[in-house]
Design a protein around this ligand. Structure first.
Ligand code: NAD
Length: 497
């Protein structure tokens, strides 16, 4: 049964500049629905001139509107109103997110939309509660640091959670008093336009939150290199992150926050709580099949003690077999579509190469036909591989779990340390000392112990070690990353003159 009719969902098409939708641009890009491959709409591709129009608009709004100068508690109040409007708009936002992305409408309604609203609310609270510092100077001086917004922040988002990923960028930037120009992924461009409309309704001055539509090569690059962009914040693949960092260096040594790819391991010891009862298997299965594995922190490498490997693999395969692929608007769908045909072909190619180079297929390894042009991939379990195999080394970004076994703690740690990525890891053991030893030694930005994935809290920052990124989203760190600090030193000595 369909939970709504996708053809009836209103789609806001265009850029969003100066508080209005701007549907101008000779070159257009078609956008398909991931669930069934049907045309969803099109976007104008912002060329350098359109990007310049958006950034200039943001710059003028930053300089001339009260946003950066108003009492921080007023800015907080407007942002709280924005959060309330987002939460109240769930009936419109959730279907919009569902038809445009791989997010099921129930997940969008119960998680993506409320989580987006909650993120805006969380950062609103910093606006009037976090300021500068007084430094420890001698008695003849008063030294302090004052914090200031950068100006215009350029934000670039990926397609896997269009609203949530955008909100992680815009919420701390706006709370800190900046203006923002956001480029969503060209695959999922529409739901954030609705977000921008709600920002205006909440009272955020026109021009403070703008959106440019387009691809990375033309629009993203022009945004990053624009001379008025003071800082760039990006979430996406490691290779794009490197290109953006180079562009930032070439166009004004701009600071960057980069949230990049991962190849995160689960490390399961024989004493893991819930192993026999199947809770560990459920957690691992969910960690690689949620959003069809299209999650930066997907637990894509299972490292398991050899003595319990066979039973765990069976339990995970059984959990995989219960999932039902289907459109994001159909009741009972538990396995999302892959975002595009190209991405699906890439997943299948990596699995095929792994099998050619000696891996064994425990389950999956094939497309699922749901009677439409959408691409669906069966949850896949690969065993009998070493670390040199591309399926173990490369981020697949699909529902593919590789399995390696270990005999000792030392070997587990060695397998867990990826040569390039360091985003997250899950450690499953009853031995608290061992869990904490791993928390210390793992070269990753997040360690989950006897759980996998974040709670709906924003307090813990997220970000990668090594080539998984620079800087943090979420937490206090993300707010601070949207401010620069200035040192002020005052001579207060009594000079008797
Ligand atoms: P991607 O790198 O292909 O694209 C991300 C964004 O960058 C898109 O908006 C794209 O148009 C833009 N872009 C591409 N080339 C550009 C360029 N040269 N200059 C400026 N912008 C450019 O990534 P994707 O396929 O959209 O997303 C999947 C990737 O994102 C995965 O690697 C995943 O791990 C990563 N990701 C990381 C996190 C995190 O928090 N670390 C979260 C979500 C996704």
């Amino acid at each position: 049964m369909d939970l709504f009719d996708p053809s009836l969902v209103q789609i806001p098409q265009g850029h969003f500049i100066g508080g209005e939708i701007v549907n101008e641009g000779a070159e257009r890009l078609a956008v398909l629905r991931p669930s069934d491959g049907a045309p969803q709409g099109e976007i104008p591709l912002a060329d350098a001139a359109m990007v310049d129009r958006a950034v200039e608009n943001a710059w003028q709004a930053f300089r001339l509107s009260p946003w950066a100068r108003m009492a921080p508690r007023e800015r907080a109040a407007i942002l709280r109103r924005f959060a309330d409007l987002v939460a109240a708009d769930v009936a419109q936002l959730a279907p919009l997110e569902a038809i445009g992305s791989s997010r099921h409408v129930s997940a969008a309604a119960s998680w993506d939309v409320p989580f987006t609203a909650e993120g805006i609310r969380f950062y609103a609270e910093f606006a009037d509660k976090v300021g500068g510092d007084v430094a420890a100077t001698d008695h003849d001086h008063l030294g302090m640091t004052i914090t200031e917004p950068y100006g215009v922040i350029g934000a670039i988002a990926p397609w896997n959670f269009p609203l949530v990923m955008a909100s992680w960028k815009i919420a701390p930037a706006l709370a800190a008093g900046n203006a923002v120009v956001l480029k969503p992924s060209e695959l999922t461009p529409f739901s954030v336009v609705r977000l921008a409309q709600l920002a205006i309704e909440a009272g955020i001055p026109k021009g403070i939150f703008n959106i440019v539509q387009g691809n990375g090569r033309t629009t993203g690059d022009a945004l990053v290199r624009h001379p008025r962009i003071a800082k760039v914040t990006f979430t996406g693949s490691t290779s794009t992150g490197a290109a953006i960092m180079a562009a930032c260096a070439e166009s004004g040594t701009k600071p960057v926050t980069l949230e990049l790819g991962g190849k995160s391991p689960h490390i399961v010891f024989a004493d893991a709580p819930g192993l026999i009862a199947g809770r560990v298997a459920q957690r691992i299965a969910a960690g690689i099949t949620s959003n069809a594995g299209q999650v930066c922190v997907a637990g894509s490498r299972l490292l398991v003690h050899a003595s319990v490997a066979e039973g765990l693999i069976e339990q995970i395969a059984s959990a995989f077999s219960t999932l039902r692929a289907g459109p994001t608007w159909t009741d009972g769908t538990t396995l999302s579509p892959i975002i595009s045909r190209q991405q699906a072909a890439r997943i299948d190619g990596l699995v095929g190469r792994a099998l050619e180079t000696g891996a064994s297929l425990q389950c999956g390894g094939r497309f699922l036909d749901v009677g439409s042009e959408g691409s669906y991939y069966a949850p896949t379990l690969l065993t009998d591989m070493d670390t040199s195999n591309d399926a173990v080394r490369c981020e697949i970004f699909g529902p593919v779990l590789t399995v390696q076994t270990f005999e000792s703690e030392e070997q587990a740690l060695q397998l867990a340390q990826h040569p390039e990525y360091g985003l997250a890891a899950g450690v499953h053991t009853s031995d608290i000392s061992r869990a904490l030893r791993f928390a210390r030694k793992l070269e990753v930005g997040t360690v989950w112990i006897n759980r996998y994935g974040r709670t709906p809290d924003f307090v813990l920052p997220t970000g990668g070690y090594k080539r998984s990124g620079i800087g943090k989203d979420l937490g206090r760190q993300a707010y601070e990353a949207n401010l620069r600090s200035k040192a002020v030193l005052i001579d207060i000595a009594d000079h008797h003159d």
